[in-house]
Ligand binder design. Structure first.
Ligand code: OMP
Length: 263
């Protein structure tokens, strides 16, 4: 089954748009995990078992693993999800983007080494750098469009030919680059007006929407602005807000229920 099909199945059969971000920081996870040889995996395993029922996707951010030399924990985490919860797709958040020959290696990294179902990419270098990802028909390519951070305005909002750069990205991604229908766009929850503006020109292309929880994005505003007419179309990520909650399962369930109120 393709990434898109897996996501749609989760949306519809499990009634959830929640993406659990697996961004474990060695300095912040409970001390009981730190003596293990695979501390991040052990922590993630507990989070996954508590949240799987409420998750439409998992999204590990690669820097939390390779930044501290714990790539093995990332491999084990993704294997664990595939083996124990095979219906839940994994987004590798790596924000890759480079010339074609290098991009081919990033494709290997995401899909052969880590066996992810989807990867985030940066479109700054242009369409040819995305092509190796887009050629993987069954995998998702999630393109940064309007990100959740304050500095998103520095470049993404620059007006070119009468419209902001992020609108050019949205149009190119969905009208020129999406031949295999495997593109999604990153649009942050912290900017609901932009979510609505982008939704109005791209039809049903799904969003990956981070910025809920620790970054303060408003669930009602984000869902209302970003959903498709059938009440889906969004993969809404929370990382710190779930993994460091006193009860991660409860936090994931509450986020699912809050999102569902506005679908
Ligand atoms: P929390 O703020 O802890 O929920 O984490 C947000 C996660 O989403 C991190 O893994 C970020 O790297 C990622 N992210 C953003 O925060 N903003 C964006 O615009 C895009 C992403 C992303 O591509 O996932």
């Amino acid at each position: 089954m393709s990434f898109m099909e897996m996501v749609k199945k989760r949306w519809n059969e499990n009634n959830t748009l929640v993406c659990v971000g697996l961004d474990p920081d060695l300095g912040k996870i409970p001390s009981k995990y730190r003596s293990s040889e695979t501390p991040l995996f052990d922590f993630n395993k507990d989070i996954i078992d508590q949240t799987a029922e409420y998750a439409c996707c998992y999204k590990p951010q690669i820097a939390y693993y390779n930044g501290v030399g714990l790539e093995k924990d990332l491999e084990l985490t993704i294997d664990y999800i595939h083996n124990n919860y095979p219906g839940i797709p994994v987004i590798l958040d790596a924000k890759r983007g480079d010339i074609g020959s290098t991009a081919e290696m990033y494709v290997k990294e995401a899909f052969t080494r880590y066996k992810a179902d989807s990867v985030t990419v940066n479109p700054y270098m242009g369409g040819d750098t995305l092509q190796p990802f887009l050629n993987e028909k069954d995998k998702g390519t999630i393109i940064l469009c309007r990100t959740s951070n304050p500095g998103a305005i520095d470049l993404q909002d620059l007006i070119i030919d009468g419209k902001p750069l992020y609108m050019h990205v949205a149009k190119k991604a969905t009208e020129e680059w999406n031949k295999n229908k495997n593109i999604l766009l990153v649009v942050g929850a912290t900017y609901p007006e932009e979510l609505a503006k982008i939704r109005s020109v791209i039809g049903d292309i799904p969003f990956l929407t981070p910025g809920i929880g620790a970054q303060g994005g408003d669930v009602e505003k984000a869902v209302t602005a970003g959903k498709t007419p059938d009440g889906t179309g969004m993969i809404i990520n929370s990382s710190r807000g779930i993994i460091y909650a006193e009860n991660p399962g409860k936090a994931a369930k509450e986020l699912r229920d809050e999102i569902n109120l506005y679908r």
